[in-house]
Design a protein around this ligand. Structure first.
Ligand code: F6R
Length: 241
């Protein structure tokens, strides 16, 4: 595991974008596993900037996202598809038909998850998986207690997640109760993993992830067993480590 200490969020984003750029340059038709949330936004901004300068070409890149709310359409501004279009895909020359997010509108969970696993397999697996880290150690929507051997599956959102997300919706009833997420197994099968972590509020969990016991109670702790993980964290996030 390589740990890069960044000065702040901006520096973290630049360093992470450098690693993703290197991947795209080395393998123009690579498969990128992508994440939503606040951690990777700066990384996407930096990638867009380099694309606009002419330094990056996404035309042959394929992407597979970690997760999506069940029941939300791509047009819903809280869907992860919307997030990805808005924060990255609309601004670079990626072929949108080569960008995959679990289908939130598929009501049949088994069908949605099986077909997503099939999509990942068809691409030949993930070359580089980008991850953010939840305050409880979650990766994707794999919450504490999640089985390490799962592939894409449907999860019930915890009360605390529903509570935290309700500010984005008109009312609490509008907050999705379930999501489709890649499982830990899909994530661990990626050839390389890049984790971006920022802020003092992540310092305690990051220390556990890096140096604590490997346990389903801290889902990201499994990353200790992957042979090619790069952590890019800012000083605040590394302040306990
Ligand atoms: C996002 C995802 C989540 C986030 C995590 C951190 O697709 O699956 O696991 O990466 O919740 O979120 P932020 O970056 O907002 O702190």
């Amino acid at each position: 595991m390589i740990i890069y200490r960044a000065k702040n969020y901006q520096d973290m984003s630049r360093k992470a974008a450098n690693i993703i750029s290197a991947q795209i340059i080395m393998k123009p038709n690579c498969v990128l596993g992508l994440a939503t949330g606040s951690s990777p936004v700066g990384t996407y901004k930096q990638l867009i900037e380099w694309y606009k300068k002419g330094d990056l070409d996404f035309s042959k890149v394929t992407s597979v996202n970690l997760d999506e709310y069940k029941g939300l359409s791509p047009e819903n501004d809280q869907s992860y598809r919307y997030f990805m279009n808005h924060n990255l895909f609309d601004h670079v020359n990626i072929d949108k038909t080569h960008t995959f997010v679990p289908n939130g509108l598929e009501k049949d969970s088994k069908k949605a998850c099986d077909s997503y696993n099939e999509i990942i397999r068809k691409q030949g697996g993930i070359d580089l998986q980008l991850l953010g880290l939840g305050h409880n150690g979650h990766i994707g929507f794999n919450e504490p207690g999640a089985a390490f051997e799962k592939e894409t599956h449907c999860v019930d959102l915890t009360e605390s997640t529903i509570e935290a997300n309700k500010r984005f919706f008109a009312s609490e009833e509008d907050v999705p109760r379930q999501a489709y997420t890649m499982g830990i197994k899909n994530i661990m099968q990626a050839k390389k993993i890049l984790v971006v972590v920022s802020g003092e509020d992540k310092a305690a969990i990051l220390k556990e992830v890096l140096y604590g016991a490997i346990t389903p109670e801290v889902p990201a702790s499994i990353l200790q067993l992957h042979n090619d993980v790069t952590i890019v964290a800012d000083e605040a996030a590394l302040s306990n480590s």
